[in-house]
Design a protein around this ligand. Structure first.
Ligand code: PMV
Length: 330
């Protein structure tokens, strides 16, 4: 068969300062800036092929053909890219994740970062990293932070072109780890896309947004100075502030499970014992425990002993999205 295919790979990221709520839902222009770390040990690998025989887009995730919402969301994204880049061909997409999807680990971030990277090469677009980051953002906001390597900051930006993420420190600058305590491995009840659109209904969102520049400054400086004390304090404050908004939006969203809370208390106990660890939760019940190279083994052991923890997945800081392979029939 005469197909042209490109394979790209991207890592999910964990936000230290969270993105929650949009100025513009359709363009995914965020209400506030955010900072994250890419996760080296977890990845999405995506192959995109142009096949002249296709009469619609097709999507395979971890070997199973998709028909429902994942296909629709991908098609919407592909339609947007076809419009922007003036293309017409339908695409065949095969994607695999080496971690549980929709379990509070941002699979949509690595998914859209890998997909946009593959498509940019397939279309031979020669985009700058910031342009690619903005394109990835259109699929899933946090995906823009999975394009550049290491520790990344996504500045709010008031239009599509200027809303992208950049590296603020490379991944080897500071070997932080994320130990993810899985509490549930089923998909979350309220998707982050739905959650963002509810953020403004919380009376706490305005205060959270107004205080974000301060939290971003503290977080950025803590990363640059490798200051775990300041980082842990601001990471936990930021996660609590986002979940307070979620819990007070209309209708409210409660992602925490009893085990999530148990883990948060245990992380505080670990810190009192001198173990460098800080918790943060995304739109889900799993708890990400950020720790140092010296502490991650102790953190993993402690987390595994907590009743209700299904599994601990760990990863050090990682690189950005990259091209793996390009196959041209000609
Ligand atoms: O990119 P989305 O639409 O899946 O939103 C991500 C939202 C959080 O994970 C909760 C926070 C973040 O900044 O990653």
């Amino acid at each position: 068969m005469n197909t042209y295919s490109v394979t790209a790979k991207a890592h999910p990221n964990i936000a230290f300062i969270k993105y929650w709520g949009n100025q513009d839902d359709s363009l995914r222009l965020p209400s506030n800036g955010s900072i994250s770390m890419n996760l080296a040990s977890l990845s999405t690998t995506t192959t995109v092929s142009i096949n002249p025989k296709l009469n619609s887009d097709s999507l395979e995730l971890n070997g199973s053909t998709q028909t429902g919402p994942p296909l629709r969301r991908t098609q919407q994204y592909l339609n947007l890219l076809r419009k922007i880049f003036k293309r017409e061909e339908f695409l065949d997409i095969k994607s695999t994740n080496d971690f549980p999807m929709s379990a509070g680990i941002a699979s949509s971030a690595s998914a859209f970062a890998a997909l946009s990277t593959a498509i940019a090469h397939l279309y031979r677009l020669r985009l700058q990293q910031k342009e690619l980051s903005a394109i990835a953002r259109l699929g899933s906001g946090s995906a823009c932070r999975s394009i550049p390597p290491g520790y990344c900051e996504w500045k709010t930006g008031s239009s599509h072109e200027v809303s992208f993420a950049i590296t603020i420190a490379p991944e080897h600058h500071w070997a932080l780890w994320d130990c993810i305590a899985l509490v549930e491995s089923k998909p979350k009840e309220v998707s982050s896309t739905k959650g963002h659109s509810r953020a403004d209904s919380s009376p706490l969102q305005y205060a959270r947004i107004m205080d974000t520049p301060r939290r971003l400054d503290i977080c950025r400086t803590a990363i640059i100075n490798k200051d775990f004390g300041s980082l842990s304090e601001i990471i936990e404050l930021d996660s609590n502030a986002m979940h307070a908004v979620m819990m007070t939006s209309k209708p409210p969203i409660m992602y925490w499970q009893p085990t999530s809370l148990l883990i948060m208390h245990e992380v505080k106990n670990m810190r009192h014992k001198g173990i460098a660890a800080a918790y943060t939760l995304d739109a889900g019940s799993n708890v990400h425990v950020i720790c140092t190279e010296e502490s991650y083994q102790k953190v993993e052991d402690n987390l595994q002993d907590i009743p209700g923890v299904i599994e601990v997945i760990k990863s050090p800081s990682g690189g950005g999205a990259c091209l793996i392979q390009s196959k041209n029939p000609n």
